[in-house]
Structure formats: structure tokens, C-alpha cells
Write a new protein. Structure first.
Length: 450
């Protein structure tokens, strides 16, 4: 038991650094310093940590005290995976395999040209200046990308050095909102219903309290599954992601702490179970998931720079490890801004966006999205339910370290912000960004400039 937190630490470093270097194409030294060593408590262990990036083999190893070695390998089209024994399978993916012989072309009109869109308005420039400004001392905000989309067009965007239009940005828990989308598509196709019991073999006995868990419970974090999620390397989610080859299987074996549907408890275990349901509904393999996601979601939205990572069983790590460019994350937000419709084509069933944005119990969480209807802080999180400065009708996909895709229907606006912020996820800074942008647009002589 005493070695598990250290093994989780080396697993996290090797995996995340492998993804950063080979998926996002970031500088390994800078990313290690800003992402890994900046984690709370990591500086105390830095003297014992070692890592090696092998560019030729496209893999990263990490160790603690010269022991507890973890190895992550990059696979074409599948991102990084922690290798345990014979887990590694060579499954290179090419574009032709993803389309599976179909080529419908994107339906969403282009949201910008090939160059970075510099804001034409002084207020927007000031908003971006403030979003990227750093305090004189830690904790630093480390904003890496901001994009503002008004009425379907980019009116402002900015990237930190080393990042750009095509950089695939890790969404962390923003990935949960992508799983919401894939579930919504399956519901539209009549292959799933949110009220049906989750199709999990381990829960099939009617006498099992988990038999009552529905897809709605999993989306809303009310399943009652006893999988803790904290910032501690001792929590159940950390073990699930960095020690288990079958992440969803680990979640499925968990017991329940509360009766399904009666209380809210945020845990990535819920989304890993949904990810397995998506995998099985799509055909049972990683390639099936990728074909399904590209055909039904990414291609209609024109999302070109996307990577979904998988565990050793071919289940997408839909709780955490989905990467996309800032523009692609913004395109994803536009789908929810437009009620799940792209160029007259309904991607989601009617009412799905309203369902996703309806608060759960007495919380500010919806079904795979955060809402802006509840004030105050999330119990135990030191983080607000709502985004300050955003209107009440806003919904957002959010991830650790300050990843936000904020959809504001009343403003016809999507703002995406990505960074490496360890202090309260920079919620206040993101709130200022939203307020600054809304104020700039309100005083602009013409909406839709840029």
C-alpha cells in the first residue's frame, strides 16, 4: 500500500509527459516544469524523480528513487498508454480507417481562416492581455490558449509561446462533456435511453443495489459509486487511471455508498463506465469508437485536430484524456450553443442540450456539463459552482488546471480557455475574461467584427 502513491506518481508523469510531447507536441522540459513539478507536493519529491523522453521510440519512462518505474508509449492515432506487461498493441490509425469508406465532409462552416485571429477591437485586446498577464509571484496562471467565438466566427484568439492553432490541448475533465455528446448521439439513434439501467454485467442481478444505476445517474454523478476523487494519489480515481489496465472494469467492480439517484458525488468512475458503454455500443474496439466519434461528431463539426486516448481494453479514457485544438474545442461548444444542430442536421435528440444543462438535485452540475445557476462553492473543492461574470444560462465543460469551454446562448458566444493553473483552477481569472469579453462586445460598434 505504501508504494502505490509513488507508483501512481510515476505513472502520471510518464503518461502525461508522453501525451504532452507526442500528442500536443510541447517542449518536454517546459511541460515537465509547468505541469508536473508545479503539482502540490511534487517539489518535495523532485530530487527522487527521474524521467527520460525517447523521441525515437516515442515513449517516456519515469521512476522514483530509481525504482517504481513506469513507461508510457505513444501509438499513432491513439495517443499515449501506460504499458503494463503485454498491454501494448500496435494499432496505427489513418484517416481512411476513421471514415470507414464514408466521406460526408464537415457541415459546420469554417469559423476562421488559417491565421491567428487578432482582435480588431481594443476592448477584446485588453481582455486577452489581462487573461495572459501573470502575477509577480506564484501561483502563476499560465494561460496557454484563449479563443472567442461570436455568432459562429472567431473574433479573437491568442496562444502562449510553444502553442498554436493546431496544438492539441488536453481537456482533462472537459472530456466528460464529449462523452455526454457521444451518449446523446446514441440516444438519438435509439440505441440507448438515459432512463435505462446501465448495461453492466457485474450489475445484472436485480438484488444488487447497483442494478438500479441508470445512464442518467452516471451522467449526473448520482450513481452512488464508492470511488473517491480527490487531489490525493491515494484516491480511487488515481488508482483507476494510473494502475489499472481495465479502468472501466475497476469502476464496475466498485460498490455503492448511497442509493442511486439520491445524492451527488463527483467521480470519474461514472464516466469510465459510460465510456465502456460507448465502446460496446460502437462495436467493442477502439477503432470502432474512433470511427463512430469521427463520423457522427467530429467530422460534422469540422474538428480535425482531435485525439482520444484509450486504456488497454480499448475503452476511451473519456473521463480525462481527450485532446483537441482550441478551435476544435470551440466548435464543440458551438454544437451546444446551437441546440445540437449543425447546418440543419440534428446531431442530438431534441431536448438533449436542455437535459444536459438542467441542474442535478441541489447542485450546479447538469448531465456532463456544469451550469451557472447555483452560487457558492462546491463542498470541499475550494472552487465555485458558477463561473463569475458569465450569464445564468451559461453551461461549461471544465477540466483540471483551468480548462474551460463556456457556452453562453444569450450572448451567442463561446469562450474557450486552456492553461496550467494550480490555484483554484483560475476560476476568478476566467470569470474576469468572460466579463471583459461581454463588456467589450456590448460597447463594440458592430457585433461580429474580426
Amino acid at each position: 500500500m505504501m508504494f502505490k502513491p509513488l507508483q501512481i506518481t510515476t505513472g502520471l508523469i510518464s503518461h502525461d509527459l508522453c501525451s504532452s510531447v507526442f500528442v500536443s507536441r510541447l517542449d518536454p522540459k517546459q511541460d515537465y516544469h509547468e505541469r508536473e513539478l508545479a503539482r502540490p507536493g511534487m517539489a518535495w519529491l523532485s530530487w527522487a524523480l527521474r524521467h527520460h523522453v525517447d523521441m525515437a521510440k516515442r515513449e517516456v519512462t519515469a521512476s522514483m528513487f530509481g525504482l517504481l518505474r513506469s513507461r508510457a508509449v505513444y501509438r499513432d492515432g491513439l495517443g499515449a498508454i501506460l504499458v503494463r506487461g503485454s498491454d501494448l498493441h500496435d494499432l496505427p490509425i489513418c484517416e481512411a480507417e476513421l471514415t470507414d469508406g464514408e466521406s460526408t465532409g464537415p457541415a459546420l462552416p469554417e469559423i476562421a481562416g488559417s491565421a491567428v485571429v487578432e482582435p480588431a477591437d481594443g476592448g477584446l485586446r485588453a481582455a486577452l492581455d489581462r487573461a495572459f498577464a501573470e502575477p509577480p509571484r506564484p501561483p502563476y496562471r499560465r494561460t496557454k490558449a484563449v479563443i472567442v467565438v461570436l455568432d459562429g466566427r472567431v473574433v479573437a484568439e491568442r496562444y502562449a509561446p510553444g502553442y498554436g492553432i493546431e496544438t492539441r490541448l488536453l481537456g482533462y475533465s472537459s472530456a466528460k462533456s464529449v462523452i455526454n455528446a457521444l451518449i446523446g448521439i446514441l440516444v438519438r439513434q435509439g440505441r440507448l435511453s438515459v432512463d435505462q439501467p446501465a448495461v453492466v454485467e457485474e450489475w445484472s442481478d436485480p438484488a444488487d443495489p447497483r442494478h438500479a444505476i441508470t445512464i442518467d445517474h452516471l451522467l449526473r454523478m448520482t450513481s452512488g459509486l464508492a470511488i473517491s476523487e480527490t487531489r490525493s494519489p491515494l484516491c480511487g480515481v488515481a488508482r483507476m487511471i494510473f494502475l489499472e489496465r481495465d479502468m472501466a472494469g475497476f469502476a464496475m467492480k466498485s460498490g455503492v455508498q448511497t442509493t442511486p439517484g439520491t445524492s451527488w458525488k463527483y467521480t470519474s468512475g461514472n464516466t469510465l463506465v459510460l465510456s465502456r458503454i460507448v465502446r460496446d455500443s460502437a462495436g467493442g474496439r477502439a477503432i470502432d469508437v474512433l470511427r463512430f466519434a469521427h463520423r457522427e461528431l467530429f467530422q460534422p463539426l469540422g474538428m480535425r485536430d482531435v485525439t482520444i486516448e484509450f486504456d488497454a481494453t480499448g475503452t476511451p479514457v473519456g473521463s480525462t484524456y481527450i485532446f483537441a485544438s482550441a478551435r476544435d474545442w470551440a466548435r464543440f461548444g458551438l454544437l451546444y450553443l446551437n441546440d445540437g444542430i449543425v447546418a440543419g442536421r440534428r446531431i442530438f435528440p431534441e431536448g438533449w442540450v436542455q437535459y444536459s444543462s438542467t441542474p442535478t438535485l441541489d447542485t450546479g452540475y447538469g448531465a456532463g456539463f456544469w451550469t451557472n445557476k447555483i452560487q457558492g462553492e462546491i463542498p470541499g473543492w475550494n472552487h465555485p459552482w458558477a463561473i463569475p461574470g458569465a450569464p445564468q444560462d451559461a453551461i461549461s465543460a471544465r477540466g483540471s488546471l483551468g480548462q474551460f469551454v463556456i457556452v453562453m446562448p444569450s450572448q451567442r458566444l463561446v469562450i474557450a480557455r486552456f492553461g496550467l493553473s494550480f490555484a483554484r483552477e483560475d476560476a476568478e481569472g476566467v470569470g474576469r475574461l468572460v466579463a471583459d469579453v461581454i463588456a467589450a462586445l456590448a460597447t463594440s460598434p458592430r457585433r461580429g467584427f474580426g
